[in-house]
Design a protein around this ligand. Sequence first.
Ligand code: AVI
Length: 320
Amino acid sequence: PSAVVNPIAFHDYHPAPADLRAEVLEGLAKPRKRLSPKLFYDAEGSKLFDAICELPEYYPTRTEIAILRESGAEMAKRLGREALLVELGSGSSLKIRVLLEALRPAVYMPVDISSAHLRESAQALAATFPGLQVHAVCADYSAPFALPVEDHEHPRAAFFPGSSIGNFEPVDAEQLLRRVAAILGPDGRLLIGVDLIKERERLERAYNDAAGVTAAFNMNLLHRINRELDGGFDTTRFRHEAFFNAEQSRIEMHLLSTCEQQVEVAGARFAFEEGETIHTECSHKYSIDGFHALARRAGFEPEQVWTDPEQLFSVHCLVS
Ligand code: AVI
């Protein structure tokens, strides 16, 4: 008999789309100009991010996948079978595929802000894993939300790969983990990918690739503002800059103005000095101990950690 493909359930929390205009006007008016990395991910930015993940210099994606492949069975033991498994920022759900065979969750609940993308990948996943119950949740996981189903019968687990936690300021990361702990309840498991501190050269190469894809990803933010807010950025007068700030243990990405200039955006005018930057992203890097300390502050107890032979990347199992 042919296997049964369950139809997916789709729960739409209608996450408020980023108020691009308000965010951009506010960010550019600051004495140190700042824009949120969330704004990178329009259709073009999401494509460029997928291309970054394939770059030879960008080690996090392939290293994390190798760790998941290598230790998936052990991870599954920690998380427990028949769990209700929530994935935060599931995107194309590529990484969970590596784990699903071993995990065999009762329910898979991908959470993502991008509705069309979420529906498509949830449906594709349900088709490859017949019998799996998929509850897709369209929500912004960086704001509080409740699970759409009352389920107290399955153990709870969450999956948060990609070191996306690194794009939050440490205090915000702690708050986010606290909310995940609340969703899991006592004795739940969180499997989370965290990029590790390493020598500056390796880190900086990952954010300054030779093909210029990361530069295009960063610069797309100016193109996006030009497209959507009738912005007047001359992108030939800005350049991509990414460096490791060792004191704060983070990669910083900036867009640097190569000359003194004025730019109009949505009717407002902004002045740039030569060399002045718009700070567009932080990507925090942790030591294993440093991440454990953050996890504990958020109410988790570290249970196990897996890394690759070069200790480039880590995947942690935390208990709530
Ligand atoms: C999504 N996030 C974990 C990526 C990172 O490495 O911080 C975003 C990125 N920015 C530049 N390259 C990749």
